[in-house]
Design a protein around this ligand. Structure first.
Ligand SMILES: [Zn+2]
Length: 475
């Protein structure tokens, strides 16, 4: 099915907004985040936190990136702390990432601190899209290095104070210069951009997509906006997404990679995007953007995350590549090459002794070590299930119907799904029980029937060992 520009995106440019004074709130945290021309990108933060037993902390999420056992807290200097009456509170470091205010102070505390962002000048093995990046007069960061919080913090109100002419891009509406993440996870695990960058806002359905481009990537603003708009429209149509929502997409210079956050993602690209490598950069955007649905909205409980990775990553990649083909960013021939590569890696995964005890369902326990079992085999499974559903329904339904059902059932309700829910939903869409198929190829070690899948999808597959070549039937 093709969704060509069915809801043209409106292009609006962000405006600088005026600020409001924060008001302490017993449930939420209040932050004023200030940057100055004098020491950019050092952040000067004032936090008003409701504290119990004196405990404040930085997140331990991804803290293991750093040699310093303090993790993110290693870059933070607490300048002062005051109790509700304005009296100074002594501050002591606590292991592993926290501080103790006073002698176990409980109440509203005002904490002033700075974040030394010199680490954002380095290249990080994890990828700067997971850490931070200082480029020119702009800073990309997440909330992880920026926000000291109390264990009881459940929401936040963040106001930015910036030098004249500097802009901010957040994952939420920032009317009047205030950004209000609705959970601690959303505060910490979302992208932010501050300073000189190219910013635009696209709208489709109920969705508002904010695009922030840093460094040399900004030179390709028109191209990235066009692709962003096309991909946004495609997904909004695919999921029939009409409810209001906001999303931030950041593209930073760096090795090709990407990271999805709660209402945002960061894509890292080695060059200013140009047309000839559109499959790479637009593919990365299409993949990370789809995680807004498949991975964030359509989500499982933390304890069962390992057994859904083949679905979260593989189906996301399959729809990203399919979207690029349907939108005309890659031609049929290139689509066949890309899909051939995924199918080949699945064939390799199926026979390689290193993966003798690993199935698609268990591969997610170690995403990096089992990459061919998660990403490639997950994409191959999506291709095969697409064929299975089309064949079983006589062409009436396809894999996008399964994705829509998963979004209606879990994305829109906020209920977590488990593995059996995928089997049930796929069976429902196919109109026949697919549990034996899942038992064999996803929970089990039996290779996906690639030649059958190819035929069901209108291709011919030549399988030579673990080299799989996909060609359309009319070639
Ligand atoms: Zn992914």
């Amino acid at each position: 099915m093709r969704f060509w520009h069915s809801a043209p995106a409106a292009l609006i440019f962000a405006l600088a907004c005026s600020a409001q004074e924060p008001e302490p709130d017993s449930g939420g945290a209040e932050y004023v985040v200030a940057f100055s021309d004098d020491d950019f990108p050092t952040a000067h933060v004032t936090a008003v936190l409701t504290v119990t037993g004196g405990a404040i902390t930085m997140s331990d999420f991804w803290a293991s990136f750093f040699d310093d056992p303090r993790g993110w807290a290693g870059f933070v200097t607490i300048e002062s702390a005051q109790d509700a009456s304005g009296a100074a509170l002594p501050v002591a470091e606590t292991a592993p990432h926290g501080w103790l205010l006073g002698d176990g102070y409980s109440g509203v505390a005002t904490v002033a601190y700075t974040v030394d962002y010199s680490f954002a000048d380095q290249r990080w093995d994890a990828g700067n899209e997971q850490v931070a990046l200082h480029v020119g007069d702009a800073l990309f960061t997440t909330g992880l290095p920026l926000f000291v919080f109390a264990p009881a913090t459940t929401s936040a109100r963040v106001r930015f104070e910036l030098p004249d002419g500097a802009a901010v891009a957040t994952a939420g509406p920032d009317a009047d210069g205030v950004y209000e993440p609705t959970s601690l996870d959303r505060l910490l695990r979302n992208a932010l951009v501050v300073g000189d960058h190219h910013q635009s806002i696209l709208e489709a359905g109920g969705m508002e997509l904010r695009i922030a481009l840093l460094g040399e990537i900004a030179r390709s603003g028109d191209r990235v906006e066009r692709a962003g708009a096309d991909i946004l429209n495609y997904y909004v149509e695919m999921f029939d997404e009409r409810r209001p929502s906001q999303f931030l997409m950041v593209v930073i210079p760096g090795p090709n990679d990407g990271e999805g956050y709660f209402d945002s993602f960061a894509s890292s690209q080695p060059n200013a995007p140009v047309d000839h490598d559109v499959a790479v950069w637009a593919g990365s955007i299409a993949h990370e953007f789809l995680h807004y649905w498949n991975g964030k909205k359509i989500a499982s409980a933390w304890e069962t995350r390992a057994e859904r990775q083949w679905f979260s990553e593989g189906f996301t990649e399959y729809f990203a590549v399919t979207a690029l083909r349907d939108l005309g960013y890659v031609d049929d021939r290139r689509f066949e090459e890309i899909m051939s590569q995924y199918l080949s890696f699945h064939a390799f995964f199926a026979v390689n002794p290193n993966y003798a005890d690993v199935t698609l369902r268990t591969a997610g326990a170690s995403k990096w070590a089992n990459r061919p079992g998660v990403y490639d085999s997950g994409t191959a499974a999506a291709f095969c299930l697409d064929g299975e559903i089309r064949a079983a329904s006589g062409g009436d339904r396809d894999l996008s119907d399964l994705m829509r059902l998963m979004n209606d059932r879990f994305g829109r309700t906020g209920d977590f799904y488990v593995y059996d829910d995928i089997v049930a939903a796929a069976s429902e869409i196919a109109g026949r029980d697919l549990s034996a198929y899942f038992d064999a190829h996803v929970s089990g070690k039996e290779p996906l029937p690639l030649t059958t899948c190819a035929t069901q999808m209108g291709y011919r597959a030549t399988v030579d060992g673990y080299h799989v070549m996909l060609r359309s039937l009319d070639q």
